[in-house]
Write a protein that binds this ligand. Structure first.
Ligand SMILES: Nc1ncnc2c1ncn2[C@@H]1O[C@H](COP(=O)(O)OP(=O)(O)OP(=O)(O)O)[C@@H](O)[C@H]1O
Length: 277
């Protein structure tokens, strides 16, 4: 094992308020700087697993097992600890950026606060002017056009793709070592989806972050993560390098995932060749 283990999830179970098992036991792990795709159909437990990692399970839900991030145990960690872990060690982008953005606050202000906090944690006090420049830089990092205008905008005044970029800038503002992206492109149209995936790919690379990429779509995961864990009904049914899983899916559900991704591909080929799909 490396000196600074990345994320190690062992026998994680998530229970509803009435004691039903919603997820698990599941185990998966990856080293710092690695990427893992968590894939599964709707209701398979992907989002709950992500929420358990950041300590934000919905009220009434509880977890058991072990989640170690950078050597620190997160299951049962006090809220005081989780508050520092969130943002600085791990950050999340969700499918719908509006859930992460305050509708009544300008984008620039929403980004300035975590930037200020991160600087303060590093013992640095930023002037207003420095903060304004930093906000503009971070918005430019996520390839938002005209960062000055975006900084002044409210979330509803920019497009869905721009909102996701802004949410990404906020998520990255604390320089987390792990980014969890929970269906970050599902709500976007395909061209924007592709741009956001490219952006994520580049930013994760540049910053040496680990990435847990959650999706129901094998083709999307294939763009960004070389290794996958397949969840079904709260359990891991398959795990491995994507190339191996694609070539030789062992579980019936994974077979279905691969077949449906392939049939889309074939439809494209048929259309290209002028045949009926
Ligand atoms: N707050 C909650 N209370 C009770 N059950 C819940 C709660 N949130 C989720 N569940 C249940 O837990 C299971 C896993 O849900 P989860 O949201 O993690 O699935 P998912 O794979 O992320 O699905 P999707 O892709 O639709 O978001 C589902 O059966 C869901 O109905």
């Amino acid at each position: 094992m490396s000196e600074n283990p990345g994320l190690i999830v062992r026998d994680l179970e998530i229970f509803s308020a009435d004691g039903q098992t919603l997820v698990g036991p599941v185990s998966f792990d990856f080293n710092p700087g690695q990427r893992l795709g968590l894939i599964g159909e709707s209701g398979s437990g992907k989002s709950l697993a992500a929420l358990a990692i950041i300590g934000l399970l919905p009220d009434g839900l509880s977890s058991r097992g072990s989640i170690e991030l950078g050597g620190r145990q997160l299951v049962g960690a006090p809220e005081r600890i989780m508050n520092t872990v969130r943002g600085t060690d791990v950050a999340v982008v969700f499918q719908e950026p509006l859930t992460a953005l305050d509708p009544l606050m300008r984008i620039g202000k929403q980004l300035a606060e975590p930037l200020r906090r991160r600087a303060a944690a590093d013992g640095e006090r930023l002037t207003r002017q420095q903060l304004r420049l930093l906000v503009r830089e971070r918005l430019a990092d996520v390839r938002l056009p005209d960062p000055d205008a975006i900084a002044l905008a409210f979330p509803h005044q920019i497009s869905g793709g721009q909102r996701q970029r802004a949410a990404l800038a906020i998520a990255l503002s604390g320089r987390p070592s792990l980014l969890i992206a929970d269906e970050p492109t599902t709500a976007l149209d395909v061209t924007v989806q592709s741009e956001i995936l490219d952006l994520l790919d580049r930013l994760v690379d540049e910053r040496g972050m680990s990435l847990l990429f959650i999706s129901h779509d094998l083709a999307v995961v294939a763009r960004i993560a070389p290794r996958v864990v397949v969840l079904q009904k709260g359990l891991v049914v398959e795990e491995g390098m994507l190339a191996d899983v694609l070539a030789n899916p062992r579980h019936a559900y994974t077979h279905e995932l691969v077949d449906s991704a392939r049939s889309l591909d074939n439809a494209l080929d048929d259309a290209l060749n002028g045949r009926d799909a």
